[in-house]
Design a protein around this ligand. Structure first.
Ligand SMILES: [Zn+2]
Ligand SMILES: [Zn+2]
Length: 344
């Protein structure tokens, strides 16, 4: 089968290769991939800035059809359309796994970097990590359920958006736009979206197209002043940081109201950076760090997309054959793509 493989350690080293079709073991199923989403993680593996074990097939975001059941598999049937939590190899018995936090188990090795992933014609997955897709969600949108589940986990489950909240989202990339839509679905009264000059071409117009009125360029306007005007000087109830930039992270404290919440999603490139700790202490705000997805966020993401409250289809700007991966990756680098899916 055709597959996009990270062949060796070091930057680059990606190629389309002919790989054997994997065989499902006990409790596993063979999936025929319908669409595979390209995520920041795939680019980090390409650039050698994320842990991975080569040679490995890229991709952890996918929609698929069940092709064949391994021994003992019974939760899904051949022909079912599914998506899957990338929590493969989680041990199942550590304190994190036993408290429902398999997503941060130290033994976890996800498809796309820890084990072979979804940018291929076929993928083997344990059946207990799969969720069925309703007919109303197409194949391309199915491939972005994983990042949508991220937004749902982070904004609804971790930071707990409340009815009537004023929310500020920093960084209008795919996760930022999904977080903004999730906050709105969770009852936020308004969502302000903050970007930079680099976001002016594609991402900020998309945010406006999605119905967000307050889209602010931090290099031209002062978000804190606009926010103060919109909230009667109080500030945002919830600030969702999706940029991972030092400036974005530091600005969360200025934007959040006293006793408000900061939801930290974007990962900075550096290990340490400046943070206005004292100002945060005087604001008595809560800081929620977020990583990956919970079991519950998957069903909720599927339901919110199916009912149209999160328009995940709107962020898919590219659906291209797997053969065209190089130009698709380049479009993501140039920020002319928001979310891209590859069709094997
Ligand atoms: Zn992802
Ligand atoms: Zn574990």
């Amino acid at each position: 089968m055709k597959a996009l493989v990270k062949t060796a350690k070091g930057p680059g080293n990606l190629e389309l290769r002919d790989m054997p079709v994997p065989t499902p073991g006990e409790g596993e199923v063979l999936l025929k991939i319908l669409a595979a989403g390209v995520c920041g993680t795939d680019l980090h593996v390409r650039d050698d800035t994320f842990p991975y074990w080569p040679p490995v097939i890229l991709g952890h975001e996918f929609s698929a059809q069940v092709e064949r059941l391994g021994e003992g598999a019974s939760l899904v049937a051949e022909g079912d359309r599914v998506v899957g939590e990338p929590h493969t190899k989680a041990c199942g018995h550590c304190p994190l796994c036993r408290t429902g936090n398999v997503q941060i188990c130290a033994a976890k090795r996800s498809p796309g970097w820890g084990i072979d992933g979804a940018m291929a014609e076929y993928l083997v997955m344990p059946e207990h990590l799969l969720h069925k897709l309703p007919d109303s969600i197409g194949d391309d949108v199915g491939a972005v359920i994983e990042p949508t589940a991220n937004a749902v986990h982070d904004v609804l489950e971790r930071a707990g958006v409340d009815g009537g909240d004023f929310v500020a989202v920093i960084g209008p990339g795919p996760i930022g736009l999904l977080a903004a839509m999730t906050a709105r679905a969770g009852g936020a009264r308004d969502v302000m979206i903050i970007g930079t000059d680099a976001d002016e071409a594609v991402r900020m117009p998309k945010a406006r197209e999605l119905g967000f009125e307050h889209v602010v360029n931090v290099q031209k306007q002062k978000p804190a002043e606009i926010l103060a005007e919109l909230t009667g000087g109080i500030g945002a109830d919830l600030v969702v940081e999706c940029s991972g930039s030092a400036g974005g992270i530091a600005s969360t404290v200025e934007l959040v109201r006293k006793k408000g919440r900061i939801c930290a999603i974007g990962l900075p490139g550096r290990d340490t950076l400046e943070f206005p700790y004292k100002a945060a202490a005087f604001k008595v705000c809560d800081l929620h760090f977020c990583l990956s997805t919970s079991y519950t966020s998957w069903n909720r993401a599927i339901d919110l997309v199916a009912c149209g409250h999160i328009q995940a289809d709107q962020i898919v700007t590219h659906a291209k054959p797997l053969d065209e991966w190089e130009s698709v990756f380049a479009d993501i680098d140039k920020q002319v793509a928001i979310k891209a899916v590859l069709i094997p």
